[in-house]
Structures are given as structure tokens and as C-alpha cells.
Design a protein around this ligand. Sequence first.
Ligand code: UN1
Length: 503
Amino acid sequence: MTVVNEAHALLSRLGVDRKLYTGGAMASRSPVTGEVLASLPVTTAAEAAAKIDKASDAFRIWRMVPAPKRGELVRLFGEELRAAKADLGRLVSIEAGKIQSEGLGEVQEMIDICDFAVGLSRQLYGLTIATERPGHRMMETWHPLGVVGVISAFNFPVAVWSWNAALALVCGNSVVWKPSEKTPLTALACQAIFAKAAARAGGVPEGLAEILIGDRAVGEVLVDHPKVALVSATGSTRMGREVGPRLAKRFARAILELGGNNAGIVCPSADLDMALRAIAFGAMGTAGQRCTTLRRLFVHDSVYDRLVPRLRKAYESVSVGNPLETSALVGPLIDEAAFNGMQKALKAAEAAGGKITGGSRVETAHAEAFYVRPALVEMPAQIGPVLEETFAPILYVMRYVDFDEAVRLHNAVGAGLSSSIFTLDLQEAERFLSAEGSDCGIANVNIGTSGAEIGGAFGGEKETGGGRESGSDAWKGYMRRATNTINYSKALPLAQGVSFDID
Ligand code: UN1
């Protein structure tokens, strides 16, 4: 079966109406073969506004549904996802080019966040706070926020939406999603799966989860619409620089999940076998197209010559190929632009004195598909392209001698998403995690930078945008907090000892 036929068969099994992906103006391509999978009708600006209005109406109903009942919808969604895991995971591989275990892993991440959100639906706790006034009680109440807009990227085409949607829904919000124009089919599939859960749950208002198909123009409608209370946007720092101020201008909330330029430090005491595996997955996994991908590595001088030759060997031997037909560990880049971006960065690295292993195109029968050997670049210093995120499998390796200097260089880039240290030395590990250590939102010891679990808050600092999604108390970002003071006495004492007595 061709990739195109298979995609259509999967979409039909997943319950997606053919009309949604035929005869339209927006092409969806598979990076696996470069073929056009479907042509999707684009949501016009007027249609987008109408969908947002509908989502706003749905919100007014949904906010009054008890949170545990909202959780029941998400529980059923998790059940539907379990049933659809194989098909949706395969569709992710077809549309985003992920290897099969990563396609399935992405759907597992959706299931996990649903489970998390179901539990959360009985735990949207507010504090009770001691008041200074007698006969008074003070407390916090968390209320639903409104319409939550989600803008997602191609590299996690379904999981990132689900992190936002599962939380937003149990928090009493409706969700309007603008998926990446590179991966709209998996988004349609999610909508169809969600519709099955909604039908089973019953009483779910129409418009609770809407989808906008199109490019930047339709994303702008979402960002600028006064009824959208929060936009959670995942993508480049460049995108965030546009979206953030536009939301701020109308005082809407933003959760920004932008670029990463994630680094690891390999210390003298590191378990090198473990570090090697973690580095390989972190840097080459998902063909270097995760926002958590390991991009910079600082290796202590005393272990450099034991670790780096082994890494070089791993780069030379890692299997690159069609993720649908082979068990290759590295699939394609998303498109030609990604390939060109990678080649440009490698040229700049070479000019700056970098020694490159790998990085060249792997030819296949499909001229429109872009497979590359991951590149390991030994750099004399942290200069040139090392300072920027290139969304491709390039790992820059640098030697260090002094721990403090390694941490300083680690932090000396714009982004601040994920970080790792490999050490068996407690002092080094703790210093890396301390206030003067890694400045990232995620800091790990003896595991790589990518592959975070949903239970923790996910996100980063500085040019990564500061947003937090998924676990811990990230749910608070999807609700509004009211502070309530209740007077159950017969007097009216004012706070701060103020008197204001009228006759
Ligand atoms: C992303 O690349 O946008 O930690 C998200 C990870 C995944 C999520 C990555 N759980 O690598």
C-alpha cells in the first residue's frame, strides 16, 4: 500500500470525514516520501471567528459543569486514545516522519496527560488563608478562564495539543486549536477521536473543541480575537516574539513554548556508557527535531578522548531511513527548508573551525524526502551557529576544563529550555541544580535533555518564553483565581486598622 493510501485508510478508520481532507487548497505532505497526502479546505477568517464564537458559547455552558464530570469526558477521551493508539501513532509517523516507537510514544503522552487531568479534575484546590479580622474567612477559588487557543508545531503534532486540551477541559474551558500547517491530518484525527469521547460522555456542548486549518493568517485570528482568553503557542522564538506582544496588547494570557538550545555537561566521574546512550537519543532522536533535543555538549578534558570517539562511531553507524518500512532510528527531516537550514549551520560551523562527522544527505528513491546523517561537530569554542537553535540533528561538542566555566557557557545562550549533567559527583550535580547552576526550566542529572514525562511542569526560561504546560501546577495557567473574603461576624472590621464610621 502506498503512503497516501495508507494515510487515507487510517483517517477513515479513525473516523475523519473525507470532505475535511479532499479538494482543498492546503496540501499535507509526508516527509517520509515527500508525497502529497491530502488537500485540506482552509478555514477562512470569518469561519475562524464563527468557530471561536461557538467555542465561547460552549465555554459558558461547560464552566458550570462540575469539574469531576468534565474529567469524565477526558477519561473517555483517554479510553478512545488507547483504542486508537496504533492508528494515530502510525499517522504521526506518516505525517511528521517519526520512527514508529516515537509515533506511538507521542500518543502515549496524550494518554498519560488524560490520566493526569482526570485525577486533577477532583483536585483543583484553592487555599484557605488566615485572615487578620475576627469572624472572617479568606479563601481562593479557581474558576474556568474562557476560550483557550492552542497553536502547535509539527514536531509534536498531537501531544502538545493534548497537554493543553486535557488540562483546559477539566479546568472548564473550551479549546480552539490551530495545528501546524505541516501536520493538519493528525489534528483532524484527534478531533474525530475527541468527538467519539464527547458522544459517549453526553451533555458536551457543541463547539467545546474546535479546529482551525490554515497558515499564519488563521493563527492571527486566534491570537487577536477578544474572546480568546489564553493562547498557548509552541514554535520558534521568532513566532513567540510576534504572538507574545499581540496577546499582551489586549491583556490576554500567553503560554509560550519557544526555542531551545539545550546542553549537557559530561563531568570526569560520569558513567560514560550511560552518557553515550543518553546523548545519542537526546541529539539524534526525532532527527533532532524536538524542542528538547540536545544541541550542545561540554565534555571534560579528562574524558573527552574516551567519549567523543565512541560518539563519532555512533553517528557513523546510526541507521537512517524510512520509518514506516524499516527499524531505522533516524527518520526524515520535515522538509527541504529544514535540510537547507541544517546545511547552512554546518557551513558556518566549518568556517568557525568545526570538525564535522556526518551531516550529508542520505539519498532515497524519493527526491522530495530529506533524510540526513546526523552531524556531530567538534567545535573549538561556543561561537557562530552553536549559539542558535537549528531544528535539525546537529550536536556541537566542546571541551572544558573548569566546571564553573562549563556552567557559564551552558547558560550563555538565548534559550533556556532543557539541560543535563552527567556526573557521579554529588557536589557537581547539586551545584548544577542550584540557583547558580542551570538556568533552564528543565535540569536533569544522568538523563538526557529530551523525553520529559508529563507529570512535571514543562517549559523554559528566557527566549524559550517562560510558559509551563502539562504536569505539576501548570493547570493554574488555565484558570482564573478569585480571592474571596467572607464575613460571618456581626461587625465590619476593616483591614489595616482603618476606621471609616458613618452614622
Ligand atoms: C517539543 O519538542 O515541543 O520532553 C515537546 C520531550 C517531549 C516533549 C517535547 N516529552 O522531549
